[in-house]
Design a protein around this ligand. Structure first.
Ligand code: SF4
Length: 374
């Protein structure tokens, strides 16, 4: 499953950079135009009123900072994660996606000054006695456009040379073929957001099917990568428990638990403002029709009894597969951690120690498989 872009604008400031050079060498059927004033292109699309242009891409010189701490959420347990952003907007159209109300950028945009991004990662991580977990995929899917951009390939190669950082690439695509033969040295975790097939079909428009995602996950597992899964957002609907349990069974009928670095759980949530956008873009959806409650971070979530019930049920199911699998909750309160795990991480450091323990377990016990040594 490859989402091909029809038109690509390249900011002349990055026309000789690595991303643009790759696109120019292999346009993949896209019409390409180099522009001196990318702002004018954005304005033109803004005026047309299109909220999410999915077939046009702008390769842009990003002047700001690429790397930041995960913003987390007020009053929620934070897991000391760092994020790097190499683009804005997404080719997919998940009905719950927060980008719908968060970004006012009318075009999918990829930052073409990749060397600046890499330099920033080095500056941030060099000579630090800290093991960084650095993820992508906050403002865009990490792999959906990999066949055009080659950004993940470059990042994987770079992280292979870092001894205190792990890269996590999160996706809902199956776009991994170009990454299988890379010398990743075990420093990249390939992660999939997953949901039961009925949820994928109804609200994750344009994404790879569960089968396709798991097939891709198997390919990277065989290529020696660690994998990870994010059951996020977990959605509450009639029959959820059976379907989420079947999802866990399906994942572990294909994937080796000893290669799974981590699994996160997070319930469906939305910020004020997103509900209206979701209802106007996807009026038939049930997602926002149930009663939700506003948390200290301003976001609306299911009632805590519902969240607890879902997390505990899914945790028990995962434990029944392999109780050594490392699970954590994304953007959840301390009392919820206590209820689900009978444990509250006192600080991000406690959680870091758990991530590190799992990493060491995998390095020791999950024997590398596949074409490259890790
Ligand atoms: S894959 Fe992620 S970024 Fe893309 S539309 Fe879905 S939720 Fe949004």
């Amino acid at each position: 499953m490859k989402n091909n872009i029809k038109k690509i604008y390249i900011d002349s400031k990055v026309a000789s950079g690595p991303v643009a050079s790759r696109i120019l060498a292999s346009p993949g059927g896209a019409d390409i135009e180099i522009v001196d004033d990318p702002r004018a292109i954005l304005d033109q699309f803004q005026k047309s009123g299109s909220l999410a242009e999915k077939e046009t891409l702008l390769v842009y010189h990003f002047p700001g900072k690429f790397m930041s701490s995960c913003p987390g959420s007020d009053g929620m347990v934070c897991c000391n994660y760092f994020v790097i952003n190499f683009g804005l907007g997404c080719v997919f159209d998940c009905h719950y996606c927060y980008l719908q109300s968060f970004l006012n950028n009318p075009l999918m945009t990829i930052f073409g000054n990749l060397d600046d991004l890499i330099q920033e990662i080095d500056l941030k991580t060099k000579n630090k006695k800290f093991r960084f977990r650095i993820g992508t995929g906050e403002y865009t899917d990490s792999l959906a456009l990999e066949h055009h951009t080659g950004i993940a390939e470059r990042l994987i190669g770079h992280f292979a040379g870092l001894d205190n950082a792990v890269l996590e690439l999160k996706t809902k695509s199956d776009n991994v073929d170009s990454l299988l033969d890379l010398d990743h040295r075990g420093n990249t975790v390939m992660a999939w957001s997953v949901n039961p097939p009925s949820v994928i079909t109804s609200v994750e428009e344009g994404t790879a099917t569960l089968e396709e995602r798991l097939e891709a996950a198997k390919k990277v597992e065989l290529a020696g990568y660690k994998t990870a899964f994010h059951l996020d957002p977990v959605i509450y609907y009639e029959g959820w428990e059976k379907e989420y349990h079947e999802l866990i069974d399906t994942i572990f009928s294909r994937l080796n638990p000893d290669r799974v670095a981590w699994i996160s759980l997070g319930s469906f949530r939305y910020s004020p403002g997103l509900k209206e956008v979701m209802q106007s873009r996807h009026p038939g959806d049930e997602l926002t029709k149930g009663e939700m409650i506003q948390g200290t971070d301003g976001k609306f979530r299911y009632f805590k009894t519902i969240r607890e019930q879902m997390y505990v049920s899914i945790r028990k199911k995962i434990d029944s597969v392999d109780s050594r699998l490392f699970l954590y909750l994304c953007m959840e309160t301390r009392p919820m951690w206590e209820k689900v795990f009978q444990y509250i991480p006192e600080s991000g450091k406690n959680l870091d120690a758990l991530f590190e323990k799992r990493r060491q377990y995998i390095e020791k016990n999950g024997l590398p498989i596949g074409r490259k040594k890790v």
